[in-house]
Design a binder for this molecule. Structure first.
Ligand code: ADP
Ligand code: MG
Length: 468
């Protein structure tokens, strides 16, 4: 094994232990500079990375080196060095071109004071957040609240640059938006290994843009973003208020769209509700297909847990899965987190999981969820009582104003408070179309900031809902 292979093996070990973002941020552009009789010098791109590796990852790197070399490592130090040929060693096995700058974090996050003038801000944004090979359509569990998004994403992967361009996926935290974006990339790559894909978060796009301008590489930036078959932009809501970036993104968008290149975007809300978004960009984002992802229902949450158990090679009783899925309903990331915690706890203690042993582990998750333990049906009843209307009338066909407005309030609260998807809101309200629910949500969100009476009504409804 030469030093390059050795380091690749070490990186392989570390990749398993660290989050993708941290791994790529801290280990890109690192390499073994010297290796003599158990003494290792690791070359790092700047003093910032050097300090970070020393402080945070020294033990892990040491262990990985030991595992890989099968012999004692007597010394390990980090030295600021660049090696042109090693620009992106971490990228080698990734098939997909991606661009990212190191995560921006608060200085206190690092646990030490940054004294060097050299830092991530000054580095060329050549690192990457790779497309996660584990985020595929295959392991995406489909339920009522995400089936439209899932189907649209599949359609896009099968026929990029077609009808659904751009595909705009939006919804709350931890509901699978990023997963779907990566799944499109993985699927397109599977169908055509030569496809050119670029995945960025909005923040990376912004940083990359600003950086390129600063170093006079605006043209390279344009070339990079405009010569791809698929551009994925995650969390576009962060573009708000960044005029230069919006302008640049607008032109990137137009170029790609004209060439029938596929664009897929995610956001935590619909384009209309992204404050400070230029009108012309908003309208572009609405050109293709808008789909939302909502919170999964109980069956879907159980199915997700089952799938994750299968992937992790553990078996949990249905009773336990049911319990976990009932306790955690707002967010799939949390659901996964709870499962991981349960598995780790029992493996560590060498125990067989039971309902009794699982319950205390979930206690910390439950408190965050308590507010949402109301069902859509309860909400409908509370609103009908509040306005003194019959439930059947509220769910019925009549469009009388005395019914239509409370109905819109219900739809708004189902979305705002309970994070239901629009199709499921439509269904709850007597089988209405999802566009009706979208319209209601937009309308009431808009009104609520300006109409004191409405604000008061909603406050009171919420009080009744959560205290009754
Ligand atoms: P978002 O981008 O909407 O915040 P993510 O895509 O990061 O959410 O999803 C959070 C976690 O939940 C990821 O690990 C993802 O794989 C998982 N996840 C989300 N939706 C699903 C699903 N429908 N099936 C399986 N796993 C899912
Ligand atoms: Mg995401």
């Amino acid at each position: 094994m030469n030093t390059h292979e050795l380091w690749q093996a070490v990186l392989g070990e570390l990749e398993l232990k660290l989050s993708k973002a941290h791994f790529t941020t801290w280990f890109r552009s690192t390499f073994i500079s010297e290796y003599h009789s158990g003494e290792v010098i690791v070359g790092v791109p700047n003093s910032f990375t050097q300090a970070w590796l020393e402080k945070k990852y020294h033990r892990e790197i040491m262990e990985a080196l030991q595992n890989v070399t099968d012999q004692a490592v007597r010394g390990l130090i980090y030295r600021v060095e660049t090696k042109a040929a090693m620009a992106m060693p971490v990228l080698l096995k990734e098939e997909i071109i991606t661009i990212v700058q190191p995560e921006r974090q608060q200085p206190e996050d690092y646990g030490f004071v940054q004294t060097s003038t050299q830092g991530p801000q000054n580095d060329a944004p050549t690192g990457n957040i790779a497309i996660n090979p584990n985020y595929t359509f295959h392991n995406f569990v489909v339920g009522k609240q995400n089936e439209l998004a899932h189907a649209a994403a599949q359609a896009v992967a099968a026929q990029p640059g077609g009808t659904y361009n751009p595909l705009f996926v939006y919804g709350g935290v931890g509901l699978g938006k990023t997963h779907l974006l990566h799944a499109v990339a993985n699927e397109m790559r599977r169908r055509n290994p030569n496809v050119r894909i670029l995945y960025v978060t909005c923040e990376h796009f912004t940083n990359d843009f600003i950086h390129s301008i600063r170093i006079g590489k605006g043209k390279e930036f344009k070339d990079r973003y405009r010569n791809v078959d698929l551009l994925l932009v995650d969390d576009i809501q962060f573009i708000t208020g960044k005029e230069g970036t919006q302008e640049e993104f607008f032109h990137t968008f137009n170029t790609l769209h004209q060439d029938n290149r596929q664009i897929v975007i995610s956001s935590d809300r619909a384009p209309k509700l992204i404050a400070g978004l230029e009108k012309r960009l908003q309208s572009r984002l609405e050109w293709g297909m808008l789909v939302d992802v909502g919170t999964p229902d109980l069956e879907t949450r159980i199915a997700i847990l089952q799938k994750k158990c299968l992937e992790k090679g553990v078996a949990l009783d249905h009773e336990i899965l049911h319990y976990v899925a009932s306790a955690i309903y707002s967010n799939i990331r949390e659901l996964e987190g709870a499962l991981t915690k349960i598995i780790a706890f029992h493996q560590f203690k060498n125990l067989v999981p039971s309902l009794e042993s699982v319950k205390p582990i979930l206690a910390s998750f439950e408190s965050e969820n308590t507010k949402k333990t109301v069902t859509p049906r309860q909400l409908i009843i509370v609103v009908s009582e509040y306005f003194d209307l019959a439930v059947d009338d509220l769910l019925g066909k009549s469009r009388e104003k005395r019914l239509a407005f409370p109905r819109q309030i219900i739809m708004y609260l189902l979305r705002e408070e309970m994070k239901n998807s629009y199709p499921s809101i439509g269904t709850e309200l007597g089988g209405r179309d999802h566009t009706t629910a979208m319209h209601a949500y937009t309308k009431i969100s808009d009104l609520v900031g300006r109409d004191d009476k409405l604000q008061k009504d909603i406050e009171l409804i919420k009080q009744r809902l959560y205290t009754s």
